[in-house]
Each structure stands twice: as structure tokens, then as C-alpha cells.
Design a protein. Structure first.
Length: 630
């Protein structure tokens, strides 16, 4: 539950400032003396609630409370899990979308982070993953000396070890039995059969059977390892040598057949060191992205980038109002919008701030990550719902700690806890997937539009906001183009001032209003002289190419199907389309026809009771198909 805490137990409602969280179902507690100066807004704490202990998130500190209060019990986590801008944004979401404040807060947290009560075992609290890390501690000479001493003791190994230590001179069988404390010659006979020993001529005057070592030193050493069963350690040690750096236990197990007992044996012999460490579950682990450098800008890109650079970055960041740093980038497909995004991110990183890049679908995330990770290696991560619970927790923690500067993902990435957010980009802003899908409704779902939430977050953090699209939404385009009779071309969002603490860091909290329209109407085919791929060059450059090759957009013909019907054509295909299809097939070519949707109806609803046929597993409305054919 969201809680508000005061430094004193006494209450004075008159002395309290206007409460931005009034009506959002919060609870009042006071800070005990042992927690004085340790509690901040955003802290996860344990509090008494009725006859049980529950977790709460501190949303505000004040010097008074309107009711008698109980004390906080203790901190659940040492560091705050929410920042002041995130708390303010959660309050706005709860108010604007008529949602539960608790559910709005949960948008910002990874699953499993919160536990309902101390005794609640229905949900495992998210935590860091700890795993053994194995480090090689010996060189080849040390390994060669110590490895033969490992494994099981047996008579054959004892005989071979004795012979290796005393040279390869022939020895009487009986003398060898005495030296190795053998009661019979069966062990020697077995070694003779295996070819490890060979019969030798007895010296003149000597009687009995004589033997000698039949193997070269390296082969004898390998045979000794096999006799003792120590050869099983070789793949493990080889994997560590080839890695050159410590390996996690799971990585080592994937490379060599090993188990924990083997690791303990090698540790006891001083060959490896085992250390339990926190392991980051990286969703991009194992991915190798080709490093790239910025290409020359086209004239359209140069014009757009100059506007953004002058208004949104450098001195412009501090002098321009928030509305001057909201951009609608209207560029046709292939015009180079992504390069503008990359330049904006590079400039943001140079200023010591961070960026969020939203894509409409999870499926688009990999290709976007490849572009951005190639430009900003080791600084990019992803957040989306297909990550495991552990991966989402680790990414959340790493982002909160400032280990990554660029977060990419669908709408949920907007709630990443970047501590120095300075840029928000929404690619394909017209996509309806930026709205929380009503088909996935549930009692704990908060419906929101990521575009509006991004505007509020940009205002709270003084961030640059860029919406990009080849076909902008009507509301975004109107906000950028406007109307002569309307002065405020906002996208219909309320003021943020009601949700911001009066003593918070001074930021321009005015409501987002007018936008700057930036257009790139030409599709880029390429450059006549592509730049060399220099992996060392800076990601910020003002080079502009005058040798850009533009591609003509394909012609589009709109057909009024009403006129087709008046002309007697009752087919779903216009006469022009039929003619073009015939011409294409006659030329032995191919055609693609796109359907705007599958099925005859997107849902089926009973007119009597209002029931909608939906999937029993996910509540998604079922599409109605009239028959099996198109």
C-alpha cells in the first residue's frame, strides 16, 4: 500500500501543505527514531496493518498527519525503489485513468519485487541470482604435477607412478612387487596386457622375469590419469584455460562434463577457486553486434537535426520551454528517421543523461537493438514482457544503478528507472499497441496510452521527446500543425503541477502543449560514396552528404468502391486492380494482396446478455470466420 510518513506522531492538518495524493488511498505512519534520516520517498518498508505486517511504499514525507499514526517497522530494501518523478507519474496515471494508485505504482516495478504480507508465500520475492564462479589458479606445470595425485588409489596406478619416478630402466618383477607392496604379480601382468609395461631382458647372471616402462613420458602421464580416474578433470581444466577469464558454473557445465564434487576436488588441490557472486541475467548475453559509425546526413536529415540540436540540446535545453523540445518527426519509410534518433541519443549521452526508445511491438525489438547496440556498445539493454522474471528484475536493478544508458522496448520500457533520463523516443507513434490492450483486461490492469504517459514523464524529467512516424496519428499531427483558431495545440493531457512536490527539484512542470513538426519527405536509397566503417569514430558528427541518392516512392492510386458499385462492379476487387493483376500474371510476375484483418468479424457478442466469445486462457476475443476459405 502507498504510505505517507511524518517525523512526529502529533497531527496538525492545518499546517500541512496541499496534498497531491489526496484521494489516492494512502495511509499515514510516522518514522521511529531508529529510522530517522534513513527513510525517503520511494522506499519500500514494512508497516503494521491490522493484525499483520505488510509492505508499503513511501510516497511522501511531511511534518504532520491528520490522524493518529503507527510507526514504520523497518526498511524492506536499503535503497528507494521509486524516484520522485516516478511517484508523481504514478499519481497522475491513477488520477487520469481512474486506476488504483497501487496498480499504477506496480507498472514501475518488476514482477515479484513486492510481497503482500510477511507470511504470504504465494509470490516469491524477486532477488539477485547468486552463482558459483570458477577461476583457474594454476599454470600448466602445476596442473601437470598435482593432477596425477587426484582420483582413486589403486595398485596399477601405484606401480606406474613408481616406475615414472624411478626412470625407465628394467627392473626385476619381484623387486617391483616389493617396492610397490604387491602380494602377487597379477597387477604387473595386467599392465603388461594393457601395453603400459613391457618384458625386458634380464641382466647377465640375473634370474626371474624383468619388466620396463613401455610408454613415453607424456603417454605414461595420460595412462596414470586414466588409471586413477583423474582424466575426467582434463576437459574442465581445458575449458577454463581456453576461457582465459573466470566462468560461471552453468557456463562451465555447458562446456565440460562436470559436477560440484569435481569442482570441490580441484579447489582442495589448489587448482581452481570457487567464489559465489551475484550474476546478472543479461537478456542480450551472447549477442555480438557489429559496431557502426554515423553515416553522412542527407539534406533533409541535416535540416531536422540542426533544429533539434539547437533547440533541445546544449544551451537550448536550459532556455527553451518544454513545449519547444517536443518533436513530431514525420518521415516517409526509409527517409532516415532512425539516424536522427541515434544522433539525439549520442548527444544525450554526451551530456551525461540517458534515453528510452519505445517500439510498438516486442517483435521489432531485436532489429532495433542491433542498430542501437552497434552504435552504443555495452550501453543498451531491453525491457519487455517476454523476459523471465529473473531477467526483468536484473535489468530493472542494473538500469536503476546506472549500468545502462539506453533502454529499448515496447510500452512497458517507459517505466524503466533511469536516474538521469534526458530523452524519450517513440518510433511508429501511430501504432495502437502503445495503448494498454483492453483485450488483456484484468482486475489489476491499468489502462494507459504510452504516448500521453511519455509526455508527462518528459515534463517531469525535463527530457526531450521525439515521436516518429511515416503516418502520424491524427491527434499528434494536429498537435504539431494546429489550427488558426486554437492557441494551445496539446494532445489533451492535464497539468502536472498537481502531482509535483513543492520542494522538489526545480523543473519545468508545465503541461505539454505545442509540438514542433519536422518532416523528411524523401526516401533515401543510399550514398554514392558510403563512408568507411570506422569503429573508433564518435557517434556525434555533423557531416552532411551532398551525394545522396533518393528513391521515388511507388505511385498510389485510390479507388472509390462506391463508384465501382455504381458502374455495376459488385466484386470486392476494383476494375483497376483486376486489370493490373491480369497484366502482372500475363507478364509471368507475382503480386501480393494485403488484407486489413483476418475473419469476417473481430468479435461475436450476444445481443441479449452482452457475452463476448473469448479465449478461455487469455480472455482475448475470438475472431469469427464465416468459412475456411478467404
Amino acid at each position: 500500500a502507498p504510505v505517507r510518513v511524518s517525523n512526529r506522531r502529533a497531527q496538525s492538518a492545518k499546517a500541512q501543505d496541499a496534498d497531491p495524493y489526496e484521494g489516492l488511498q494512502t495511509y499515514h505512519y510516522h518514522i521511529p527514531t531508529d529510522l530517522a534520516d534513513k527513510v525517503e520517498a520511494g522506499h519500500l518498508v514494512w508497516v503494521p496493518f491490522g493484525h499483520q505486517e505488510v509492505q508499503g511504499i513511501v510516497v511522501r514525507l511531511s511534518n504532520s498527519a491528520p490522524v493518529e499514526t503507527k510507526p514504520l517497522l523497518r526498511l524492506a530494501r536499503r535503497e528507494p525503489i521509486l524516484t520522485p518523478p516516478q511517484l508523481a507519474l504514478a499519481a497522475w496515471i491513477a488520477d487520469y485513468y481512474l486506476a488504483s494508485f497501487v496498480n499504477a505504482i506496480k507498472l514501475f516495478l518488476p514482477p515479484g519485487l513486492l510481497t503482500r504480507t510477511k507470511k504470504d508465500g504465494s509470490q516469491t520475492q524477486a532477488k539477485a541470482k547468486r552463482e558459483l564462479q570458477i577461476e583457474l589458479m594454476a599454470d600448466e606445470a602445476t596442473i601437470a604435477t598435482r593432477l596425477p595425485t587426484l582420483g582413486r588409489d589403486n595398485a596399477q596406478a601405484a606401480v606406474l607412478s613408481w616406475l615414472m619416478a624411478h626412470g625407465d630402466a628394467p627392473i626385476a618383477e619381484r623387486a617391483l612387487m616389493t617396492a610397490c607392496d604387491l602380494r602377487s604379480n597379477s597387477t604387473i601382468r595386467t599392465l603388461l596386457t594393457k601395453g603400459i609395461l613391457a618384458a625386458a631382458e634380464a641382466p647377465t647372471g640375473a634370474g626371474g622375469q624383468w619388466v620396463r616402462l613401455a610408454l613415453e613420458p607424456n603417454a605414461a602421464g595420460q595412462a596414470l590419469l586414466e588409471l586413477r580416474g583423474a582424466d575426467k578433470f582434463l576437459p574442465l581444466l581445458t575449458a577454463l584455460q581456453e576461457a582465459e577469464t573466470p566462468l560461471w558454473k552453468s557456463e562451465l557445465y555447458a562446456r565440460a562434463d562436470a559436477d560440484l564434487n569435481m569442482l570441490r576436488t580441484l579447489q582442495k588441490a589448489g587448482l581452481i577457486r570457487l567464489t559465489e557472486r551475484v550474476r546478472f541475467r543479461d537478456p542480450l548475453a551472447g549477442q555480438n553486434y557489429r559496431r557502426t559509425t554515423p553515416p553522412p546526413l542527407t539534406s533533409d536529415q541535416a535540416r531536422v537535426w540542426q533544429t533539434i540540436a539547437e533547440q533541445a540540446f546544449g544551451s537550448g535545453r536550459h532556455t527553451a520551454p518544454q513545449s519547444a523540445r517536443q518533436y513530431l518527426l514525420h518521415g516517409v519509410t526509409g527517409s532516415g528517421k532512425t539516424e536522427i534518433y541515434l544522433r539525439a541519443i549520442a548527444q544525450t549521452l554526451q551530456e551525461g543523461r540517458q534515453a528510452i526508445v519505445l517500439v510498438p511491438e516486442i517483435a521489432l525489438t531485436p532489429q532495433t537493438v542491433a542498430r542501437f547496440a552497434g552504435r552504443f556498445p555495452d550501453r543498451v539493454t531491453v525491457i519487455h514482457s517476454e523476459l523471465s522474471q529473473g531477467e526483468r528484475y536484473d535489468v530493472w536493478r542494473a538500469v536503476r544503478d546506472g549500468e545502462y544508458d539506453v533502454v529499448i522496448g515496447p510500452r512497458s520500457a517507459l517505466f524503466a528507472p533511469l536516474p538521469r533520463l534526458g530523452l524519450i523516443i517513440l518510433d511508429e507513434e501511430h501504432e495502437t499497441s502503445y495503448k494498454q490492450n483492453a483485450e488483456a483486461w484484468g482486475s489489476h490492469t491499468v489502462f494507459y496510452d504510452a504516448r500521453l504517459v511519455a509526455q508527462q514523464l518528459a515534463a517531469l524529467t525535463n527530457s526531450v521527446l521525439i515521436f516518429g512516424s511515416a503516418t502520424p496519428s491524427l491527434e499528434a499531427y494536429f498537435a504539431a500543425v494546429g489550427d488558426d483558431h486554437i492557441d494551445d495545440h496539446s494532445m489533451g493531457v492535464p497539468e502536472m503541477t498537481d502531482y509535483v512536490e513543492s520542494d522538489a527539484e526545480q523543473r519545468p512542470h508545465s503541461a505539454p502543449n505545442s509540438w514542433t513538426l519536422l518532416e523528411m519527405p524523401r526516401r533515401v536509397l543510399g550514398h554514392r560514396a558510403p563512408p568507411a566503417d570506422d569503429t573508433v569514430a564518435s557517434a556525434v558528427t555533423d557531416s552532411t552528404s551532398t551525394e545522396t541518392i533518393y528513391a521515388e516512392l511507388p505511385p498510389v492510386e485510390l479507388i472509390d468502391m462506391r463508384q465501382e458499385l455504381r458502374a455495376g462492379n459488385r466484386s470486392i476487387f476494383s476494375r483497376a486492380l483486376q486489370s493490373e493483376l491480369h497484366a502482372t500474371l500475363d507478364a509471368n510476375e507475382q503480386a501480393i494482396l494485403f488484407l486489413n484483418r483476418r475473419g469476417a468479424r473481430t468479435f461475436v457478442m450476444c445481443r441479449d446478455c452482452g457475452h463476448v466469445q473469448s479465449c478461455p486462457r487469455c480472455d482475448t476475443p475470438l475472431t469469427y470466420h464465416e468459412n475456411a476459405s478467404i
